[in-house]
Design a protein around this ligand. Structure first.
Ligand code: NAD
Length: 290
């Protein structure tokens, strides 16, 4: 398939490389990032999109996505699909899809989970919003870049699934970390705490698969000095997107709102930037009640 790929950073670079390695004809554009192996360089986003059957974008945020979409949509052939894999606000995803569909293009919002490791290994999970026909066209590419693609519904549904999932993740990580810090102060051994909670009703992915306590549970960023993994600032980005969406939809999300505040404090006023999002545990450990 002839593919245009715009945004070749930490995630987009290895995703584009996997498509090229699988035999697809990939033309890429990025303002700064180097071309991945096997990807032909274009000198603009329009040039990367021209003649492509699928154009994939992997960009930092919704404003940049809107700007890039305005450049590439006029350059794309009718029937081609614009597939955005970035994590952006639901409104931007829907606006870009509407603009693309009005020009006779297919459009998908297809954010991912799995991080840089999943992008390199081709094991991402895609959460996809958009038409059946557009999903069917891009599905073989999702199979190369990932291990699972869930068609969640209409445009914006992929972003909605992503931010709801990550709101649960942020809230749960905080709950797990504050419980460990309380357990410490009550004199409870961390391994015993893990042994009980991981097999009791307080279990969660953050406890069982990504335990924030070093030396406890399976290997996780806590065992590597809290080097990300999933950086606290990326969690903050997703929590803010969930609060933007909640605001727009008039949904009451008090725990999500508090999680966004705590990660904002951790990243912007404390030492959280550049650390894994599970470094909330040493943060709580060092604090007292007030
Ligand atoms: P990144 O900053 O490494 O890559 C983004 C790339 O977009 C950069 O190389 C930048 O030069 C390029 N870019 C910016 N503006 C551009 C423009 N106008 N034209 C062309 N290229 C442009 O970020 P990343 O870690 O690859 O993340 C990309 C997206 O994936 C984000 O939306 C992020 O939230 C999401 N995401 C990241 C992770 C992760 O673990 N890194 C996990 C899941 C989802």
């Amino acid at each position: 398939m002839k593919i245009g790929f715009i945004g070749l950073g930490n995630m987009g670079g290895p995703m584009a490389a996997n498509l090229a390695r699988a035999g697809h004809d990939v033309t890429g554009f990025d303002l700064t990032a180097p071309m991945p192996e096997g990807v032909r360089a274009a000198d603009s986003a329009e040039a990367a999109a021209r003649g492509a059957e699928v154009v994939i974008t992997m960009l930092p945020n919704g404003d940049i996505l809107r700007a890039v979409a305005a450049q590439v949509i006029p350059a794309m052939d009718a029937g081609a699909v614009l597939c955005d894999c970035s994590t952006v606000d639901v409104d931007s995803a829907r606006a870009v899809a509407a603009e693309a569909e009005a020009k006779g293009l297919g459009a998908l919002d297809a954010p991912v989970s799995g991080g840089v490791g999943g992008a390199a290994a081709g094991t991402l999970t895609f959460m996809v919003g958009g038409s059946e026909a557009a999903f069917a066209k891009v599905a073989p590419l999702f199979e190369i870049m990932g291990q699972k693609a869930v068609h969640c519904g209409a445009p914006g549904a992929g972003q909605a699934a992503k931010i709801c999932n990550n709101m649960i993740l942020g809230v749960t990580m905080i709950a797990t970390c504050e419980a460990f810090a309380l357990a410490d102060k009550l004199g409870l051994d961390r391994q015993r705490m893990f042994d009980v909670v991981s097999t009791s009703s307080g279990y969660s992915w953050t406890m069982n698969a990504y335990c924030p306590a070093p030396g406890v549970g399976p290997q996780s960023p806590a065992d590597n000095g809290y080097k990300p993994g999933f950086a606290a600032e990326l969690m903050l980005k997703d929590l803010r997107l969930s609060q933007m969406a909640a605001e727009a939809a008039d949904a009451d999300t008090p725990m999500g709102a508090r999680a966004a505040e705590l990660y904002a404090q951790f990243v912007e006023a404390e030492d959280g930037k550049g650390r894994d999002f599970s470094a909330m545990l040493p943060r709580f450990e060092a604090r007292s009640r007030d």
